[in-house]
Ligand binder design. Structure first.
Ligand code: SAM
Length: 249
């Protein structure tokens, strides 16, 4: 049987080029969760190759990562030996009720059915614990290269629409009735990467992989476009992080 994760075939690109998350996001997470990350029991769902897992571990949290992708989890274990990474679905975590201080989703909450995943997070959280979901969104709407890239994506992958993640995340969590004090924070940061790494990062996206036969054409067009915008081949990529933290009563 094949993997249920669209990301398993993309694991090498994912591992090589996906962005990390800024320190400020973890400071905000601790503040909004009302407790330090050090010593916290963290359930991380959709952990992938462990990009956020390592940041949480680095801050002293006790993290158990879960994912539906065996390939992603295998890479996580390679990168972070000794960690008990578990194959499991967000809607059915193999955990007793009330065991976690924090349930975290980095770049993964949009893959869930919110009511079911929220109910499962609330189940495994201790009273007063928090569900935290966050994303790095590219923050380049005013840039010509970004507009052209979105035009190409929408033309080459009919299932893709720019802005697909622009949803009222905090309200969706309030509407589940499982949480109190739902707070959203945004921050800005940027990274500099060479054009080859940039193209690898594009290849790590599921909706880019869905382009299929025309993937090489898309990547060629992107290389030309990015080199026009960044002639020295070093791309300054701006991000907006969005963090939503919901406390369990
Ligand atoms: C975009 S990746 C994010 C990986 C990692 N958290 C990061 O920050 O790079 C989304 C991950 O969510 C996983 N995923 C998707 N649906 C899931 C579900 N229902 N339950 C658990 N994991 C899921 C995918 O397999 C993938 O590894």
């Amino acid at each position: 049987m094949g993997s249920r994760s669209l990301f398993d075939p993309l694991v090498d690109a994912y591992d090589a080029a996906r962005p990390t998350y800024p320190d400020a996001l973890f400071d905000d997470l601790a503040r909004l969760a009302g407790r330090p990350l050090a010593g916290a029991d963290v359930v991380e769902v959709g952990a992938g190759t462990g990009i956020a897992t390592r940041s949480l571990l680095g801050r002293g949290a006790r993290v158990v990562p879960f994912d539906i992708g065996p390939g992603m989890l295998a890479r996580l274990r390679e990168r972070t030996p000794g960690i008990p990474a578990v194959l499991a679905d967000a809607e059915a975590l193999p955990l007793r009720a009330g065991v976690a201080d924090l349930v975290c989703y980095a770049q993964a909450w949009h893959w869930t059915r919110v009511p079911a995943a929220a109910a499962e997070a609330a189940r495994v959280l201790r009273p007063g614990g928090a569900l935290a979901v966050w994303w790095n969104d590219v923050d380049a709407e005013d840039e010509h290269w970004w507009g052209r890239q979105q035009d190409r994506l929408e033309a080459m992958n009919p299932a893709y629409q720019r802005g697909y993640r622009a949803r009222p995340w905090a309200d969706e969590l309030r509407w589940t009735g499982q949480f109190a004090d739902v707070v959203t924070l945004a921050g800005r940061w940027a990274r500099r990467i060479d054009v080859d790494t940039y193209l690898t990062w594009l290849r790590s996206k599921s909706y880019v992989a869905e382009i299929g036969d025309r993937l090489a054409d898309f990547l060629d067009a992107e290389r030309r476009s990015m080199l026009r915008a960044f002639p020295d081949g070093i791309i300054e990529e701006p991000f907006r992080t969005v963090l939503v933290v919901a406390r369990r009563p």
